[in-house]
Design a protein around this ligand. Structure first.
Ligand code: ANZ
Ligand code: ZN
Length: 846
């Protein structure tokens, strides 16, 4: 029975399914919850999925063998724009597109042999999930975790539709190509900013998370300490006697050269009422999207209002008030002072509009003039504030640096009464309203007499209507003839249904909790959630390091507050692992006009296309359809078997790094697995006892265990290569060899589970290897009791000999005399001297 994954893999998968091997069951065993970030049903699985789910599967199978009751589920992050885009482009319905993709991808995933409890599978677009998410929304609304306020959205003026940030490409609508504008709409928000401080400080406790991810989250939350102070205005309209400003660098106040307001600042709006040129400038500023990136990278635009403010430290010093497109209304106070010598944006602005650039400090030993000259030059030179000399300091703070100078400036402002120290966070409330069809409807209605009213729980779920079309842009819910008509749960009168749906990040913020009781008629069943939470090991891509994980951390807290999760689950992921990407070389030729044409790896052999054309080989990069450097896992699984794909994914690189897929690597993996299979098949019925082989097996138990525990799967693979070599070299047979083969099967099982079952059964294992407890290394066999002694002949090291530590002297002498090198030197004569120093050295005098 040679190695034939094409028949054996399906057979083992059926055996596991028949035995219910992967059903997650609450029992007396300790529990272990391993979760990989669930896939978006785009239509096909890709190599990144294979890598991600294989790693999770290694952990799940390993923990299961170690005696844990394991929860390892799978589901689908199924709402979102691609389904609507497909409907717009190809016709059809987003629901059909989504469920068809799920069916295809499930069929592609199952042959990988993942140890998943498929009975828990759900898609976030399932009526049931929508129902429970809406129930939770109502609970959160009740608990004061949700608010409704006005916010800016990206508006496509041609398609007349709201765009998500991802749909804005270089400031233009992705379909219409029209320049995107900002527009104010009333939106629903989760009040995540109430938790800014806690979400930040709790990062310290996440010792199972990569430092890098914790840092990215901390930066996103963006806690800063600064000064909020007032500029007195001169000749401003009534009610605007002062402008409130926020700065993190009050130590640069003496270098101020202008004040700047956001185009959305109330004073600017006031001015626009009477001055058309201000109104026109506001309109101009709106012609960029709402993303921070768009605002940051847009060219700086300013408008001089002609008004001035008085510098707080000098009543005779007036600064002009500008309106600037880079000042955001929803951060700090929506107004700043510009200090161009020490801030790059202010520098760009001041250079463009000819405003003064004055240093407040320079490097040690500089004069004021030298510092001014340095900072006035373009491009902007940042001065390191750790090594400064204050040249235009105030309140006697010369030579104070960095934070101390900021503290001194805050203390000065507080003492003088023109400002106070404050803490601000960059983190904004989470706007979840999407003017889209394919999402979870927000369960509220609008009533003319009662206002905004939550839908009654007994009326849930609020499901999407099926009869919609996507032939015109905009939200089909808005133009549906009847769906919007609702009854007000409060007064019983006619009301209008909310047509916004929820951001799909909401769906993925609690799916891990739902997996603990996917059939419950409440968002969670507390007994199940209490047992299974937390996720012991979460695995996914670094691209989710910020938003998804932060939203999930917030949501878990909200679920604790609303009673859907235990207190201990407010940090839902005990450990996080972020895996690297799968890369491949890129193959390119050029067309007649010199434009690049890319080719699939399967169309290239030895650097040539089928017609003999040579391709240019571009170094490996993340697999991407646009560069055609993709390998379809389905082809690999069909060609080599799932175990080869799994083995290669684990073998070449540490899991946190990128792995380069190569055809040669896949072939080598397949060849190795075939060899292991042959070792089991061709095991001799008898042979000499080989203690070294047993030692190799037990060393492998210890090493593979340690490697898997440390997420060093590539090391576990390397150890198994070693073990296979040791078996191949050994002459041992019979029971001893069978035992070593069974150990090999057990150690292979987390990684290549099908081959492991083959080897296990060939080696006489009882039942399935998937049910065998993880092997334990025998400490006696781990001790290495051999020692290598150098042999010196006439004072020079000529050879060496490996003997067991407790070998008798005369036995060692006999072995030395039999050594080829020694014999050559002795030329048949007896040695003049032969001295054995046990454990150290052998000296021969010829
Ligand atoms: C003067 C100054 C001098 C500043 C200097 C920086 C460097 P972080 O650190 O991110 O909190 N700022 C304040 N509110 C703003 C708004 N609504 N839109 C755009 N920029 C705003 O940033 C705080 C700094 O960003 C503040 O400190 C302010 O510029 C600017 F050498 O004040 B600073
Ligand atoms: Zn009403």
């Amino acid at each position: 029975m040679p190695y034939d994954p094409s028949s054996s893999e399906a057979r083992w998968q059926k055996a596991w399914a028949d035995a219910g091997s992967f059903a997650a069951i609450r029992d007396e065993r300790p529990k272990y919850y391993v979760l990989e970030m669930f896939p978006y049903p785009s239509g096909r699985i890709h190599m990144g999925h294979v890598r991600n789910y294989t790693m999770g599967d290694v952990v799940a199978r390993f923990k299961r063998a170690q005696g844990f009751s394991v929860l390892h589920p799978m589901g689908w992050d199924a709402f979102g724009m691609p389904a609507e885009n497909a409907a717009m482009e190809q016709g059809g319905h987003p629901r059909d597109w989504t469920y068809a993709n799920i069916a295809t991808m499930r069929d592609q995933l199952k042959p990988l042999g993942l140890s998943i409890d498929w009975s828990r599978e759900f898609a976030t677009c399932d009526d049931d999930y929508v129902h429970q998410q809406q129930a939770m929304f109502l609970d959160m609304l009740d608990a004061g975790l949700i608010t409704r306020k006005s916010a800016q959205v990206n508006w496509d003026p041609v398609d007349m539709t709201v765009l998500a940030n991802e749909q804005v490409i270089d400031g233009k609508g992705w379909r219409s190509g029209a320049t995107v504008e900002r527009k104010e709409l009333t939106q629903w928000f989760f009040k995540i900013s109430d938790y800014s401080d806690e979400l930040l400080s709790a990062l310290d406790g996440l010792s199972g998370w990569p430092e890098k991810v914790r840092l990215m989250q901390a930066n996103w939350i963006g806690k800063s300490r600064g000064l909020q102070f007032r500029f007195a205005t001169v000749d401003a309209p009534e009610g605007f006697d002062a402008i409130e400003v926020y700065t993190t660098r009050p130590d640069t106040l003496m270098g101020a050269s202008f004040a700047a307001l956001s185009p959305d600042h109330s004073l600017v709006k006031k001015l626009a009422e009477t001055r058309p040129e201000v109104a026109a400038f506001i309109e101009e500023c709106k012609r960029i999207g709402t993303t921070e990136e768009a605002i940051e990278t847009a060219p700086k635009l300013g408008f001089d209002t002609g008004l001035t403010v008085t510098h707080p430290l000098d009543p005779n010093w007036q600064l002009p008030i500008w309106v600037a497109n880079f000042v955001l209304m929803d951060y700090g106070t929506g107004a700043i002072f510009g200090s161009p010598a020490h801030d790059e944006r202010d520098h760009e602005f001041a250079t463009k509009y000819g405003l003064p650039i004055r240093a407040t400090f320079g490097q040690p030993g500089m004069t004021l003039e030298q510092a001014d000259e340095l900072v006035a030059a373009a491009p902007f030179v940042p001065l390191k504030s750790e090594t400064v000399t204050y040249v235009r300091g105030f309140a006697g703070d010369a030579d104070q640096t960095g934070e101390a100078a900021v503290d001194a400036a805050i203390a000065h402002a507080e003492a003088q009464g023109y400002g106070e120290g404050v803490t601000k966070f960059r983190l904004r409330d989470w706007g979840i309203s999407r003017q889209r069809y394919w999402g979870c409807p927000i369960p509220v209605v609008h009533c003319d007499s009662c206002g905004t009213v939550p839908e009654a729980k007994e009326n849930l779920p609020v499901l999407l209507p099926q009869d919609v079309t996507f032939d015109v842009p905009g939200n089909p819910l808005d133009r549906h003839p009847t769906w919007r008509q609702a009854t007000c749960p409060k007064c019983g009168g006619a009301a209008r249904r909310e047509t916004d749906t929820m951001d799909t990040f909401v769906d993925s913020s609690w799916y891990y909790a739902r997996f603990t009781s996917p059939g419950a008629d409440t968002p969670t069943n507390r007994a199940d959630a209490d047992y299974w939470m937390n996720v012991d090991q979460y695995i996914g891509g670094i691209e989710h390091a910020i938003l998804h994980l932060l939203y999930s951390r917030f949501f878990a807290r909200a679920m604790v507050k609303t009673g859907h999760l235990p207190e201990a689950a407010k940090e839902p992921f005990d450990a996080l692992f972020t895996q690297g990407m799968v890369t491949h070389e890129i193959y390119m030729t050029r067309d007649a006009k010199g434009r690049p044409v890319y080719h699939l790896p399967e169309d290239v052999t030895d650097g040539k296309l089928a017609d003999g054309t040579e391709v240019e080989i571009i170094p490996s990069a993340k697999m991407s359809k646009s560069k055609k450097n993709v390998v379809d896992p389905v082809n690999i699984v069909q060609g080599f078997g799932a175990d080869t794909a799994r083995w290669f994914m684990l073998s070449d690189s540490p899991p946190e790094r990128d792995v380069e897929w190569t055809a040669a690597g896949a072939e080598a993996a397949a060849k190795f697995l075939g060899r292991v299979h042959r070792l089991a098949e061709d095991a001799p019925a008898d042979g000499p006892e080989d203690l070294d082989l047993s030692r190799a097996a037990h060393r492998a138990i210890a090493d593979v265990t340690k490697a898997i525990e440390g997420f060093a799967f590539n090391k576990a693979v390397a150890k198994l290569y070693e073990l296979a070599n040791a078996i191949g070299k050994s002459k041992a047979g019979g029971a001893q060899r069978a035992e070593v083969l069974r150990i090999t099967a057990q150690l292979l099982a987390p990684m290549v589970p099908h081959l492991a079952e083959d080897v296990w059964s060939l080696a006489g294992g009882q039942g399935l290897v998937v049910d065998a407890p993880w092997p334990k290394a025998d400490p006696a066999l781990l001790q290495d009791d051999s020692v290598t002694l150098p042999i010196q002949i006439n004072g020079k090291r000529r050879a060496e000999i490996t003997v067991s530590k407790d070998m008798a002297k005369d036995q060692i002498e006999a072995l030395v005399m039999a050594d080829e090198t020694v014999q050559r030197f002795l030329e048949g004569a007896a040695p003049k001297k032969l001295i054995v120093v046990p454990g150290r050295i052998v000296n021969v005098v010829a």
